[in-house]
Design a protein around this ligand. Structure first.
Ligand SMILES: NC(=O)c1ccc[n+]([C@@H]2O[C@H](COP(=O)([O-])OP(=O)(O)OC[C@H]3O[C@@H](n4cnc5c(N)ncnc54)[C@H](O)[C@@H]3O)[C@@H](O)[C@H]2O)c1
Ligand SMILES: O=P(O)(O)OC[C@H](O)CO
Length: 337
């Protein structure tokens, strides 16, 4: 049994706290929001973000960050990506040398273009930072439906320790040394999910969705490999796996936000209606900046940025994608001259 601190009590932090408790660990959950702490402690359910999923009385819930960090064998950082750096900075004084922190959020910082594990390591240099990612909607993990994911870490020892802590009959965990590939797959898929949602909102069909998923992973993989991520990660759970779930699932926040925009809502209206973090909106600009920096074409990502931030009509964005110059599907497949 391990002592675990979960920082962030939205739908994902709550679902993982329950999973870790079910695995026999001693779990403390921290939230920045005293009202959320009160609601979770009283109702033993996250009423707005994970309704119908019971939180055991044995899980401690606190507003005191030190209580969730001190003496813990490992920490799970589950705050939305825009709060990762600020939360890590607040954690720093309590984190001891070598303490493991598993980031489970997905995003890229717009100004620095850093992944979340890079930001955490910068803020808390003494921490042993790892990542957990994959097709893992909280609503299904909370209902104990079979799910698989990947833990990436700097050492095999850390990866295997965390694998055994999270592994269960309903949560199968693989390990990987490719933290960068894992994080790029997890954050960039959210941008493509907005496009998939927009297509649904416009009333387009399964052919459109399949095209977006397939060409989407080409864009993600092309950039990711150029940045140093491993091709295999983009073919795995944290690449194509996560992209499929987020583009297809009724639970997907990013797909739903895109759907609402395809139906004519503004980005702000869509984000408000989803009422949970829509990470693709925050990662979209970073994705375009990375595409420019690494000189990688990312036409879907570019069009999404125009819809989100330049008021482009979503239907026009699809038309422009369809009418781009004709191309070979994969530039490494050529005819012999
Ligand atoms: N929900 C999922 O199914 C799921 C699955 C895998 C990964 N993720 C990732 O996990 C991260 C969190 O997602 P979520 O769905 O739990 O989001 P959420 O919208 O449910 O979480 C919001 C929570 O963030 C915390 N918070 C709010 N403001 C904060 C602040 N200023 N500082 C620190 N914490 C603050 C609060 O506890 C709040 O409940 C995202 O990056 C998401 O992509 C989510
Ligand atoms: O699919 P979304 O948009 O809800 O994103 C949440 C997680 O990344 C799913 O793994």
């Amino acid at each position: 049994m391990a002592k675990v601190g979960v920082l962030g009590a939205g739908s994902w932090g709550t679902a993982l706290a329950i999973l870790l408790h079910d695995n026999g660990h001693d779990v403390t959950v921290w939230s920045i929001d005293p009202k959320e702490v009160e609601m979770l402690s009283e109702k033993r359910e996250h009423v707005s973000k994970l309704p119908g999923v019971h939180i055991s009385e044995e899980i401690m819930i606190t507003n005191e960050m030190e209580e969730a960090i001190k003496g813990k064998d490992f920490l799970v950082l589950a705050v939305p990506s825009i709060f990762t750096r600020s939360t890590a900075a607040k954690m720093k004084p309590y984190v001891v040398d070598g303490q493991m922190i598993v980031d489970v959020a997905k995003g890229i910082e717009e100004d620095t273009l850093m992944t979340l594990s890079q930001q955490i390591s910068q803020e808390i240099p003494q921490a042993d930072v790892a990542v957990l990612s994959g097709p893992t909607h909280a609503e299904e993990v909370g209902r104990k439906l079979p799910t698989s994911c990947v833990i990436g870490a700097k050492t095999k020892k850390t990866a295997e320790y965390l694998q055994s802590a999270f592994n269960s009959k309903v949560f199968r965990v693989y390990t990987s040394p490719d933290m960068l590939g894992i994080e790029l797959g997890g954050s960039l898929k959210n941008v493509i999910a907005l496009a998939a949602g927009i297509a649904d909102g416009l009333g387009y069909g399964d052919n459109t969705k399949a095209a977006l998923i397939t060409r989407g992973i080409v864009e993600i993989g092309r950039l990711g490999v150029k940045m140093g991520g491993k091709f295999e990660s983009f073919c795995g759970l944290t690449g194509i796996g996560d992209l499929i779930v987020t583009c297809a699932s009724v639970h997907s926040r990013n797909r739903k936000a895109g759907y609402l925009m395809g139906q004519g809502k503004s980005m702000e209206e869509a984000m408000k209606e989803v009422n949970m973090v829509v990470e693709g909106v925050y990662s979209a600009k970073a994705a375009t900046k990375l595409a420019q920096k690494y000189e990688v074409p990312m036409p879907i990502v570019d069009e999404i940025n125009k819809v989100l931030f330049e008021g482009k009509d979503p239907k026009q964005a699809v038309d422009d994608l369809m009418l781009r110059e004709s191309k070979i599907e994969n530039s490494s497949l050529l005819w012999e001259e």
